[in-house]
Design a protein around this ligand. Structure first.
Ligand code: ATP
Length: 907
């Protein structure tokens, strides 16, 4: 019956009232091996994916409806139909086709934005650690099936409903399910009685809750909608927050512009009618202009730019979890980073073992130590005891390929023990672990209790200042391991000396117990009266790329700050090597110092301190707040359970993708897939580029719109006839807004993007002369159109309307090429450095030429073929836009150079 899936699993829900072995039997699983492949396949078929239905992204129809439900579009279509019925049917048809094309572009943009967002969301889906076919594996949480054996540790989100099989000090935060904020102690024993509320089912862990402490193994008993969360959640809205602050601001801005445009269109209509134009034509003209000039698509295009940018950021290992952070990354002024693994390689190697006495004479250098004085002699009794403690009080596991898996500090310890002939697996068999108090970042130590026959020993490993003060004796080989006198301050001084060399130092201690303590015995009762065995110094070299990244940060006006749980001397040494601090004896503020400082004093300190050490996760939040009080825009990294509040408080919370916990990832807005500091700097650079491109798009689109309005609005005031027909206006809007605008997303970063100071987060999108540009260059474009019109009319060129139509389109093409950079000239950038844009401009040019020179399009677009001199005039007029914007940029360049000179001359 091995293949029969446990159909009863999801129907009988009294798992907490049954023994573990009964449940594993019912699920046909060996808890030490996990499910086999064929069982998983069959159960996936029967139970489906372990996921809750989400409020899905918008359907295609909703997107289509969104495009057409715009009031102005409906009015335009209605007016076109009326005019068609009354006169020119072809005209109506063309208008409808152009509106349809416009809607299709809008649809593709919205669809691409949704797709990019969905792809990002898929990337941040939860993972689970599971035992299958005897192997520990990481799998996406949705593939779990009843019968799976899940391994939990602090920081994990519980991926399905589990009946706990084994626990070690496991505490779970069930507030997401029960609303109860106090964490619950879990155990694996069967419950007595029959009535147990969810919060009282202490041998169960429920999907959606989080393990905050300790470890455990659980049997999956319910998945997906069959879980307790599934029952209460129904439809879970996991959809990403759709609107970013920028989009909201743009939407509000768009409404104001819309009102102004509508006002102008009304004036154009009234003036036209008063001048004796056909009222129906004037209605169509006014509405076409409104449709073309109201920037209703801005928020949607900005989403596309942000979402495409976010998707591209995955390729540099930065996963955006909240879209708004793409736009705010460029404002970061301080990056607070962990040390271990982010600034350093987290490739630990034991370098120096101190046992027996705290002086150098008794050190044992492992054969692989990088130090030139490495010796290969076998370790003596004291060092052997030290290595045994390091291997036993250790959670690394041996993988099938013979390598050690787990926390790099711990794998380094098992490796060095193995080199000295002490295999962890053999030791574990001789001294089985009976109880444990897992490592946590506040205690900064862990302990495990082992038994061999009647002998019970607790091994403790942790930060020297956390372990040494608990020691009342030291292990002495001379007296056969009997406790000897300890000179605590000498040991602490030795630990400091090792840390000052940049080593990560751990202390090991032990304690004999007469008998096995109670399973619920607190860590304090185990970790006292200890006998110190010795110290191990591990080298963790800085990441080579971090050095360059720190330099880049400083050039970009961003202050890098190290906040670590490690020893102050280690932190200072590494910070100095990386250039975070320049003096070798730079001030380091410790967690203990922090508790002495009130908020006002801390505000003064954060101005100068660049390195914080032995800091509790809870203290990080104070540092962030003090920095924010100075107006800093803070990015902060974190990986542990307790880091979540600080990640939320920071302006950009950054979690670790490899080493971090689910809790930290949930709280973060950016996840580093490679846990690397240099990636944060790359993400900031990318954020600046994307924001620049959003600004470029807005500058381009709004200037074009302003040009169109000026042209039509000013014509009657200058006693000129209405320069363009509705079709022309709609066509210009279609070809200029669609492709060239979007191709700006591909614009590479401006040169020197990381040499300018961060943008103030409150700075308006239209700051730094954008408003003036939109109005001024728009007026120039309008002036050129009208100038060409006036000249053509005065010289009785019959093609004046086609000429205005051409200048308005090509002028915008010249503009888009000119605004590719805010300062650099087009010839410095190179025409081909944004090929999509060059392609879009050429395509638009060809389409425009087609409307003029393809004979059957002439009656449709109401155009006439231009003579060569006429075309040359149009091209020259359009080129003026480019020349003027280049002059504007040259002026901006010279102003920037002058301000840098002044800054450089400043004392
Ligand atoms: P960072 O905060 O930069 O990542 P960190 O890894 O040193 O630095 P924590 O993980 O909070 O910070 O560790 C704090 C201290 O606890 C370490 O400096 C070390 O002394 C000790 N420690 C770290 N890992 C273990 C472990 N697995 N067992 C025992 N002690 C440990």
């Amino acid at each position: 019956m091995a293949n029969t899936p446990p159909s009863s699993s999801n129907t009988r829900k009294d798992w907490h009232l049954r023994e573990v072995h009964e449940l594993t039997q019912a699920h046909e699983v060996d808890p030490t091996q996990g499910l086999q492949d064929h069982q998983i396949a069959q159960r996936t078929l029967e139970f489906g994916a372990n996921e809750l239905p989400t409020a899905d992204s918008r359907s295609l129809w909703a997107l289509v409806w969104e495009q057409f439900s715009d009031f102005m579009i409906l009015v335009l279509l209605a007016a076109a139909v009326i005019s068609g019925v009354m006169g020119d049917l072809v005209d109506t048809l063309v208008i409808v086709v152009i509106v349809l094309l416009n809607a299709a572009i809008g649809l593709v943009q919205s669809w691409r934005a949704d797709q990019a967002l969905a792809a990002l969301q898929r990337l941040s889906e939860a993972q689970a650690t599971v035992l299958r076919s005897g192997q520990v594996q990481q799998v996406p949480a949705q593939v779990l099936v009843p019968g799976d054996i899940v391994l939990l540790e602090a920081g994990n989100q519980i991926p399905a409903d589990l009946r706990l099989i084994k626990t070690a000090q496991l505490k779970v935060d069930e507030s997401a399910l029960t609303g109860e904020s106090v964490t619950v102690d879990k155990h694996p024993h069967m419950l007595e009685g029959t009535e147990h509320a969810l919060g009282d089912r202490l041998n169960m862990a429920f999907k959606g809750t989080t393990a905050t402490h300790g470890r455990g193994h659980g049997l999956v008993v319910a998945t997906g909608m069959a879980t307790e969360l599934g029952k209460v959640a129904g439809l879970l809205d996991q959809s990403q927050q759709r609107s970013t602050p920028l989009q909201l601001r743009l939407a509000a801005f768009g409404k104001r512009v819309a009102l102004a445009v509508l006002g102008i269109c009304a004036v154009i209509f009234v003036v036209g009618v008063l001048r004796g134009e056909d009222p129906l034509l004037m209605v169509l003209t006014a509405i076409s202009l409104a449709v073309a000039a109201i920037p209703e698509a801005l928020p949607a295009v900005v989403t596309v730019l942000l979402a495409l940018g976010a998707r591209k950021m995955v390729s540099i290992n930065a996963l955006i979890r909240r879209l708004p952070s793409v736009e705010t990354l460029g404002s970061v002024t301080v990056i607070c980073s962990d040390k271990t693994g982010t600034l350093t390689q987290n490739r630990m190697q034991a370098q120096c073992l101190v046992a027996g006495q705290p002086d150098e004479a008794s050190d044992w250098m492992p054969p692989t130590a990088l130090s030139g004085t490495a010796q290969t002699a076998a370790p003596d009794a004291a060092h052997t005891e030290l290595l045994q403690a390091a291997a036993l009080c250790n959670d690394a596991t041996l993988a099938a390929d013979g390598s050690w898996r787990g926390d790099p500090t711990e794998t380094a310890l098992t490796e060095i023990a193995a080199q000295a002939g002490l295999m962890k697996t053999t030791l574990d068999a001789q001294w089985p672990r009976m109880l444990e108090h897992p490592f946590d970042a506040v205690r900064k130590r862990m302990s495990t209790i082992h038994q061999q026959a009647q002998e019970v020993v607790a091994y403790i490993k942790g930060a020297p200042e956390s372990v040494i003060p608990l020691c009342t004796s030291q292990w002495s080989a001379q007296s056969g391991g009997a406790p000897g006198h300890i000179n605590t301050s000498a040991w602490l001084a030795r630990a400091d000396a090792l840390a000052a060399q940049g080593l990560r130092v751990l202390a090991m201690a032990r304690r004999n117990h007469g008998s096995l303590p109670e399973p619920q015995a607190s860590a304090d009762t185990i970790e006292r009266d200890l006998c110190l065995i010795g110290l191990i110094g591990l080298i963790d070299p800085p990441r080579p790329e971090a050095l360059e990244a720190v330099r880049e940060c400083m050039q970009a006006g961003i202050t890098p700050v190290m906040i670590t749980g490690d020893h102050p001397a280690t932190a200072r040494a590494i910070a100095h090597r990386l250039g975070i601090v320049t003096e070798a004896d730079a001030e380091v503020l410790t967690g203990a110092d922090l508790t002495q400082l009130d908020d006002t004093a801390l505000m003064v300190k954060v101005r100068q301190v660049r390195v914080y050490a032995r800091v509790d996760p809870a203290q990080k939040i104070r540092i962030v707040q003090a920095l924010q009080a100075h107006g800093e825009f803070v990015a902060m990294t974190g990986d542990g359970v307790n880091d979540a509040p600080a990640l939320k408080q920071a302006d950009i919370g950054i979690a670790m993708g490899k080493g971090g916990t689910d809790v930290a990832r949930e709280a973060a807005s950016l996840v580093l897939l490679d846990d690397n500091f240099a990636t944060i700097v790359k993400a900031v650079r990318e954020g600046r580029r994307i924001y620049d491109n959003v600004r470029k798009f807005v500058r381009y689109a709004m200037t074009g719109n302003s040009g169109e309005i000026w042209t039509i609005f000013l014509a009657p005031l200058l006693m000129l006839p209405i320069p363009l027909l509705p079709i022309h206006i709609l066509w210009v809007n279609l070809v200029t807004d669609g492709l060239p605008g979007l191709a700006l997303a591909a614009e590479p970063a401006e040169r020197g993007i990381m040499q300018r100071p961060p943008r103030a987060p409150t700075e308006s999108l239209f700051a730094q002369g954008m408003w003036q540009h939109i109005l001024g260059v728009g007026l120039l474009l309008g002036g050129l159109c009208l100038g060409v019109q006036a000249w053509a009319l005065s010289t009785s060129h019959a093609h004046w309307q086609t000429m205005v139509f051409t200048v308005l389109t090509l002028g915008q093409m010249a503009h888009v090429l000119a605004i590719r950079s805010e300062t650099e000239a087009l010839w410095q950038q190179g025409l081909t450095s944004n090929r999509p844009l060059l392609g879009a401009v050429l395509l638009t040019f060809c389409l425009q030429m087609a409307t003029i020179y393809v004979p059957f399009l002439n009656p449709i677009f109401k155009t006439q073929p231009l003579s060569l001199p006429e075309l040359a005039l149009c091209l020259a007029a359009s080129a003026v836009v480019w020349v003027v914007v280049e002059i504007e940029k040259a002026w901006r360049r010279s102003r920037r150079a002058a301000s840098t000179d002044v800054a450089a001359d400043a004392p």
